[in-house]
Design a protein around this ligand. Structure first.
Ligand SMILES: [Zn+2]
Length: 152
């Protein structure tokens, strides 16, 4: 990935985290980002990942209210602004929901699937609620809210 494309992906992700962190009750959280320039580097870091199409991974530590979001920049470059926003809200929702993992002696695939489903349902509900309230369709890379009318 060329430097200019990498900077574009960083800007898209940063705008979305800036837009959603505080409204999602994470204003007091420390949200770090790690930007992986290539999908190969991302996969090498996340050897346990069984899905080659993974775009983002959140590693929250609810005890200390901090999280690192790992970004596969080659994969984000393939996403529309709308899809990237859904994924960022999903990763931020993990900050609240991953605490439930600690209730299980073992995080089996079944437990993991339930946690993913709840996280995705919450993320979609948040985005849909925002869209219904202010008519926003998605956040653009420059951080502006794009309304449905403007998106057409
Ligand atoms: Zn997830």
């Amino acid at each position: 990935m060329k430097p200019k494309a990498l900077e574009r992906e960083k800007a898209r992700v940063e705008a979305l985290i800036k837009r959603w962190q505080t409204p999602m009750g994470l204003g007091y959280w420390r949200i770090d980002r790690t930007y992986w320039q290539t999908a190969a580097e991302f996969r090498a870091w996340d050897k346990d990942q069984d899905d080659d199409n993974t775009v983002l991974v959140a590693c929250p530590d609810w005890r200390y209210m901090q999280c690192t979001i790992h970004v596969n920049c080659e994969a984000t470059a393939e996403l529309s602004d709308w899809a990237l926003e859904q994924d960022i809200v999903h990763e931020l929702a993990h900050c609240h929901i991953d605490e439930l993992r600690w209730l299980f002696a073992e995080v089996t695939p079944d437990v993991r699937n339930h946690i993913e489903h709840v996280t995705e349902a919450v993320a979609k509900a948040l985005v849909w609620t925002r869209n219904e309230i202010d008519g926003t369709d998605h956040i653009t890379p420059d951080g502006a809210a794009k309304t449905r009318e403007a998106a057409c």
